[in-house]
Ligand binder design. Structure first.
Ligand code: NAG
Ligand code: NAG
Ligand code: NAG
Ligand code: NAG
Ligand code: NAG
Length: 732
């Protein structure tokens, strides 16, 4: 998955990095050796890990073999040969040995669009809430992070700042690069050279900044969901991507320092499906959960096909990206006077009345031909032919590098007819994306005249009345690792989000693009994730003692339903729907879960007592009593994978906790569903007599489906509060 937006750029960089494996003086590579929890009563010491390494390797231990030891869980980073890593895997106390891998990083308007105005009621606790952001660092001088009006850090805070001047807003700042390999552009400190980390941190918890804009675009107040909260940053993403070893170091430090919520707009640089304890994100988030810290993670930018999600652990809240009602529109005028409307984030105003227009297919660079240069991909255009001209390109090439080096005056991208015109990109030169049918008209014009000409104007804001819907890039479920657990969990704004930026990073990400800005407008599930982080922190500020699962439940059961006729993947695109932070602070009921619930889930997932005891360091056992079905995990969502037309008879068990009114009577409603399914809630009335009281019920589904996917909702309603859960039955 990826820290997105600028993600595309980082994806490219990541590919380069994967092709040239970093740093290897010999045939040893870097591995994470994960050993679960520290044994009870055993204090962390480095010699503990040194002796583990020594017993697995025959050679004399080189001083650089043990690279790093984690403290909040039992694990370390070591340089090992392939054989040594295999031997390590066989050791009794070792849960998994994970090769280091490179992950990638995947406004003003968005919080208002969610019905969460600046002046919402806030509690005193908000300023004691610490949002941990594991990303590319932070831009220290941004007005989103000044500390006027902030008192000293909360007393519980144990974090520090490394090579960075913190203040009372940014109260923690650390960086991790365990392999010690830096690129020339890297600043070796928590300072953000990319802009991504600052963007995410300000969306979650940035101060309100009036008149924020990108060269006039998106003008408004930029603010985070919890502007009074403190920020702690853990820089793990560098010019060459984000390494697994460093991500776990970020989690480890955030847990030890005492953050309240972790925001993780980072993910796999591609789609991969690994078991939970082979997955550095799931491992970090599991140990965070044990300490009461919820992790909010970007779903990934690998949509729009199904099965494109990689972060699937149920203790994480996985966030899809939805649109808001603001769009950035751009006009294109042809030499014949015709005007077309397209999209892009184009900050350039034309300096000439018009520019010559040329088709990319007519300007191949050496080594390319018409059928390859028509896409205008990197280096495919002949500079001598396109210099000073606007180039018409077939298809959508999301690399912001395109055309810049060749000296083109602008780019027109013709979207394929199947691709919705949704994502407006920041390019390093004037650019616009237009529909396939408009593209045909522009192409006909270009071929019909000897001196075709065009002008691309600066973008302006428009309204998108069909919002919210899920962006095409947002990764989709189902869940490959546990088919009967729904993913993603929830959706939040992730398209064209204005937030803080590092002015040393070009807004298009392209070297040589001279536009500096303290704000940028970008897209990605990376931008959606910190909206959920902010909302989760808001909920936690009202309910400081709620578990991560309770906070996740509150966000999901109060989410605004989205439209399956617009998003055909339905819940596999948007989970429970679009977050509603105000409602989430008062959900009425929560589906709570703690470590023991996850243990039962893991037993059902195929873990056995001996593997689980390492992870939990207690007497956890998988018995017939708790080795239930994975779908009995107490989540506020229900998923059932079934062969087509095959008869099902399943019973989901759930327990809800009353957090609304002491005395209340909730009735269950099931929304419309196909007649081929019999759906029953038992009991269908839950009468509570006190706060904190727990009552159980079952949801029975009997019958078969013919469609690929049917979904409906279970709603518990007491007349004041409504807790809605998505129910999905699908054919894998
Ligand atoms: C931030 O601002 C201070 C004071 O204006 C300045 O000394 C410092 O160099 C700036 N830092 C960066 C990274 O620009
Ligand atoms: C600060 O950076 C210097 C090199 O730039 C490094 O030697 C030092 O260890 C760093 N300090 C901390 C606390 O990270
Ligand atoms: C153009 O180049 C591509 C890739 O090099 C090649 O596969 C294709 O056959 C070429 N097309 C023509 C018309 O020469
Ligand atoms: C438990 O699982 C591990 C890893 O899958 C396996 O190596 C081990 O043999 C299993 N133990 C038992 C008692 O089944
Ligand atoms: C479905 O399962 C329940 C027990 O869980 C059983 O009582 C019932 O008869 C089953 N129905 C069918 C049609 O198999």
């Amino acid at each position: 998955m990826n820290a997105l937006g600028l993600s595309r750029l980082l994806q490219i960089l990541t590919c380069i990095l994967l092709l040239t494996p970093s740093f290897s003086k010999d045939d040893r590579k870097i591995y994470i050796v994960y050993m679960g929890e520290y044994p009870k009563g055993v204090e962390f010491t480095e010699s503990l890990h040194t002796s583990v390494v020594q017993s697995a390797i025959s050679r004399k231990l080189a001083p650089d073999t043990l690279v790093h030891s984690y403290k909040s869980f039992n694990g370390f980073v070591a340089r090992l040969t392939k054989e040594e890593s295999e031997r390590m895997k066989e050791m009794d106390d070792v849960v998994s040995v994970i090769p280091n891998r490179v992950h990638s990083v995947q406004t003003s308007r968005s919080w208002d669009f969610l019905g969460f105005p600046e002046n919402v009621q806030r509690t005193n606790v908000e300023s004691n809430t610490i949002v941990g952001v594991i990303d590319s660092g932070i831009w220290p001088n941004s007005s989103s992070f000044t500390d006027e009006g902030f008192g000293p850090p909360p007393q519980k805070w144990k974090g520090t700042c490394h090579n960075f001047t913190c203040n009372n807003k940014i109260i923690g700042a650390k960086y991790f690069r365990l392999d010690g390999v830096f690129a020339q552009e890297d600043i070796i400190s928590p300072t953000d050279t990319s802009g991504h980390g600052s963007h995410c941190a300000s969306t979650a918890a940035g101060n309100p900044v009036r008149n924020a804009n990108l060269f006039g675009l998106g003008l408004g107040t930029a603010r985070g969901g919890v502007p009074l909260a403190r920020i702690a940053v853990y820089k793990v993403c560098w010019t060459n991507g984000c390494e697994a070893t460093d991500i776990l170091a970020g989690f480890d430090a955030a847990i030890m320092d005492g953050v309240d919520i972790i925001s993780l707009s980072v993910g796999y640089a591609g789609v991969i499906h690994v078991e939970y304890f082979q997955d550095d994100f799931a491992i970090g988030a599991f140990h965070a959960m044990k300490r009461g810290i919820l992790t909010s993670q970007a779903a990934g930018n690998w949509g729009s096909n199904p099965y494109t999600m990689s972060n699937l652990a149920p203790w994480i809240i996985s966030v899809a990206a939805s649109t808001i009602d603001r769009k950035f529109l751009t006009n294109l005028q042809l030499g014949n006077g015709r005007i077309f409307q397209g999209i892009s984030v184009n900050t350039f105003s034309p300096t000439q009345k018009s520019y010559p227009l040329i088709y990319g297919g007519d300007a191949p660079a050496a080594g390319f031909n018409s059928s390859t240069s028509r896409f205008c991909r990197e280096n495919s255009l002949d500079g001598a032919l396109v210099k000073g001209k606007i180039v018409l390109c077939d298809g959508y090439t999301p690399s912001p590098y395109v055309g810049f080096a060749s000296g083109a005056a602008g780019l027109i991208f013709i979207f394929p007819s199947t691709a919705p015109l949704v994502v407006a990109e920041v390019y390093a030169l004037p650019a616009i994306s237009i529909t396939a049918s408009d593209g045909n008209s522009v192409f006909s014009y270009l071929k019909s005249t000897s001196n075709p000409a065009a002008t691309i104007f600066k973008s302006y804001e428009g309204k998108d009345s069909s919002a919210p819907y899920i962006a095409p890039f947002s990764s989709r479920g189902p869940n490959m690792v546990t088919p009967n657990i729904l993913k993603p969990d929830i959706a939040a704004p992730g398209v064209e989000i204005l937030a803080a930026w590092s002015p040393i990073s070009p807004i298009s990400g392209v070297k040589g693009d001279k536009r500096e800005s303290n704000f940028n407008i970008i897209y990605g599930t990376s931008m959606a994730c910190p909206h959920v982080t902010g909302a989760a922190a808001y909920v936690k500020s009202f309910h400081p003692n709620w578990s991560p699962a309770a906070i996740k439940s509150a966000l999901m059961t109060t989410a605004t339903p989205m439209n399956p006729t617009v998003d055909l993947d339905a819940e596999f695109a948007y989970g429970a729907g679009q977050i509603n932070p105000l409602k989430a602070a008062n959900p009425g009921l929560v589906y709570d879960a703690g470590e023991n619930d996850y243990i039962s889930f893991l037993c059902g997932q195929g873990y056995n007592s001996s593997s689980l005891q390492l992870i939990t360091e207690d007497k956890s056992t998988c018995t017939s009593a708790n080795k239930g079905s994975v779908f009995d995990l107490n989540l506020p969502s229900f998923a059932l994978s079934t062969p087509r037309s095959s008869h099902n008879n399943v019973t989901f068990s759930r327990t809800v906790t009353n957090v609304g009114s002491a005395t209340s009577k909730y009735r269950a409603t099931i929304t419309a569903h196909p007649s081929s399914l019999k759906v029953e809630v038992v009991p269908n009335v839950l009468a509570f007599s006190s706060l904190g009281q727990k009552l159980s019920f079952t949801l029975k589904i009997e019958g078969s489906i013919n469609a690929d996917l049917v979904s409906f909702s279970l709603i518990w309603d007491d007349g004041t509060f409504k807790a809605r859960s998505p129910v999905v039955v699908y054919v894998p």
